[in-house]
Design a protein around this ligand. Structure first.
Ligand SMILES: NC(=O)C1=CN([C@@H]2O[C@H](COP(=O)(O)OP(=O)(O)OC[C@H]3O[C@@H](n4cnc5c(N)ncnc54)[C@H](OP(=O)(O)O)[C@@H]3O)[C@@H](O)[C@H]2O)[C@@H](O)CC1
Ligand SMILES: Nc1ncnc2c1ncn2[C@@H]1O[C@H](COP(=O)(O)OP(=O)(O)O)[C@@H](O)[C@H]1O
Ligand SMILES: [K+]
Length: 500
């Protein structure tokens, strides 16, 4: 499990650790780790550190201090290091070390900074770290912009400046790094977009914080975690014991969503899929997935809120392609009246957005909106949700009393009193119609298999992302990615499970 923390949590842990160590020890460890990564990158670029050009962007706080000390270490190995001092003050010890090692430093001057950054092999972003707050002020903002124009590599110190370390929020200009070297522990903002996307590859430098860290603010599952959680059949298994998932999806108008959701469930290892819908989607599902047991729902039975004719299930998926008319509403009411866990997706979300009372139920509920759907559920503009993904996912979980999986470039899962879960296994090729329907089926299979909403959502997002990558590469061994269709994601699920 990759665990992540807020700035306040990191700060408290650092204080506790610092009290046990001589002054300067932590910054020394941080700068040493940072310099090792930079030296490795420069060696990869030119075969050596000696003679390479490094621009250090140093803010007035300890983040600038880390960057200056690391600059000093690189200067001692023969790099030509120039620091741009952005603050009214600079970290004294770091500045002295850099100068003593032969590096140069000068206060911010735009023309000079442009020149320094423009010829750098590596730009070290030490403008702000966990002490940053709000949009970058000048001249930090200008420097963050200039860092985006360098021909060199950009390495962010602790967090890319301009990214809120606790949430991943970005307000205004922010550094876009190739690599972020972070100290002590991951910060939540490095895992959640838009921050995650600014961070590039994240490297963790151990400074000994471990024993002082509290329960995490967020976590990302690893392949091993998912392998451990995934329900697997044993000798005593049969299709019922493995978990039967009911899928109420599709309509005469939207048949594809039903086929895709059923596909996700079949391929993710449901013991059995019971599909219940109108005649047309049932015909399509039967043709594509003969494994599914189908029932054509008689609207009059649905009006009596009876799903008895469908047979017993351990979990329901409600919503993909269902439509939002009176029939769909009746189906939603019947499914949500059951005493088993339910995943509400797509049109199901539009229905519950209009009729919140449907979510008041005793059994667990997982909702899986994208930003637009969450916008309707919370009555908050979509742009605000996209800018503050974590905050709004948590808010929805608290207000609706359900588990929430927010789809998008990084998927965020929230449940009250639990650390947020973040999934980063996906690929931008997933941004194509129907992939969300596949995800609902995967989550349904896992929920029916006995996982909690929290684990089913996290494992489903993980497998969905892995399967998409495998599909985009044309197999686990493929090197580059190409366009995929949603059904390809369902087809690649067994390979994703094998690759865990
Ligand atoms: N503690 C430890 O043990 C260890 C800490 N470590 C390191 O310390 C870092 C935290 O250092 P920190 O606390 O000094 O804060 P930091 O991130 O440098 O930011 C403060 C500076 O930024 C400025 N600033 C803020 N917001 C701004 C804005 N919007 N726009 C513009 N400027 C803004 C602010 O300016 P001011 O408000 O003072 O004018 C001040 O100059 C941490 O990330 C890690 O790298 C490691 O060495 C490991 C051990
Ligand atoms: N840029 C991206 N990077 C990674 N995954 C993405 C990106 N954009 C979308 N996705 C994923 O693709 C899926 C799209 O789902 P959704 O928006 O419901 O589409 P649909 O309704 O067409 O099925 C989600 O799992 C989402 O997390
Ligand atoms: K930084």
């Amino acid at each position: 499990m990759r665990t992540a923390y807020t700035s306040d949590q990191i700060r408290a842990a650092e204080l506790a650790l610092m009290a046990t160590l001589p002054e300067g020890t932590l910054m020394g460890r941080a700068a040493a780790g940072l310099a090792v990564t930079c030296a490795g990158l420069l060696t990869g670029l030119h075969g050596r550190v000696y003679g390479s050009r490094v621009a250090v962007l140093a803010g007035g706080g300890d983040n600038g201090g880390d960057a200056l000390y690391a600059g000093a270490r690189l200067a001692r190995r023969g790099a030509r290091v120039e620091a741009v001092l952005a603050g009214s003050r600079a970290h004294e010890g770091g500045l002295a070390a850099l100068r003593a090692a032969g590096g140069r430093a000068a206060a911010f001057d735009e023309a000079r900074a442009r020149e320094t950054i423009g010829r750098a092999d590596l730009v070290l972003d030490g403008l702000v770290g966990i002490g940053g707050g709000g949009a970058l002020r000048e001249p930090y903002a200008t420097l963050a912009g200039l860092a985006g124009e360098t021909p060199g590599l950009v390495v962010a110190v602790d967090v890319p400046s301009g990214v809120d370390a606790s949430t991943g929020r970005v307000e205004g200009p922010a550094v876009r790094a190739h690599v972020t070297v972070t100290f002590g522990a991951y910060k939540t903002g490095l895992l959640v977009d838009p921050g995650a996307e600014r961070a590039g590859a994240v490297e963790l430098v151990d400074i000994g914080l471990g024993p002082h860290l509290p329960d995490p603010d967020a976590a990302a599952l690893t392949d091993e975690d998912v392998a451990d959680l995934l329900p697997r059949p044993g000798a005593e298994s049969d299709k019922y014991r493995r978990g039967v998932v009911g899928i109420a999806a599709g309509s005469d108008r939207y048949t594809g969503a039903a086929v895709l959701s059923v596909g996700g469930a079949v391929r993710a290892g449901a013991g059995m899929v019971r599909f219940a819908s109108a005649e047309e989607p049932v015909r399509h599902v039967r043709a594509r997935w003969p494994e599914a047991v189908t029932t054509v729902l008689d609207p009059s039975l649905v009006l009596k809120s009876s799903l008895d004719e469908v047979g017993r299930v351990q979990a329901w998926v409600l919503g993909p392609g269902l439509g939002t008319g009176p029939d769909a509403h009746a189906v939603a009411r019947a499914v949500l009246a059951t005493d088993v866990p339910v995943i509400v997706d797509a049109d199901g979300l539009s229905i519950v957005a209009r009729d919140r009372a449907l979510l008041r139920r005793a059994a667990p509920t997982l909702v899986t909106p994208h930003a637009g759907e969450l916008s309707r559920l919370l009555d908050v503009p979509r742009e605000r949700i996209e800018a503050r993904r974590l905050e709004h996912t948590r808010r929805a979980a608290a207000e609706l009393g359900v588990t929430v999986l927010l789809k998008g470039s990084t998927t965020v899962i929230a449940e009250e009193h639990r650390p947020a879960r973040v999934n980063t296994t996906g690929t931008p090729w997933l941004a194509t119609g129907g992939t969300g329907d596949v995800l609902s089926g995967i989550a349904g299979a896992l929920l029916a298999g006995g996982l909690t909403c929290y684990d089913a959502a996290s494992c489903a997002a993980h497998l969905h992302g892995l399967a998409a990558r495998i599909a985009a590469r044309g197999g686990a061994g493929g090197r580059s990615e190409a366009p995929i269709a949603a059904l390809d994601v369902a087809q690649a699920l067994p390979e994703a499970v094998r690759a865990l």
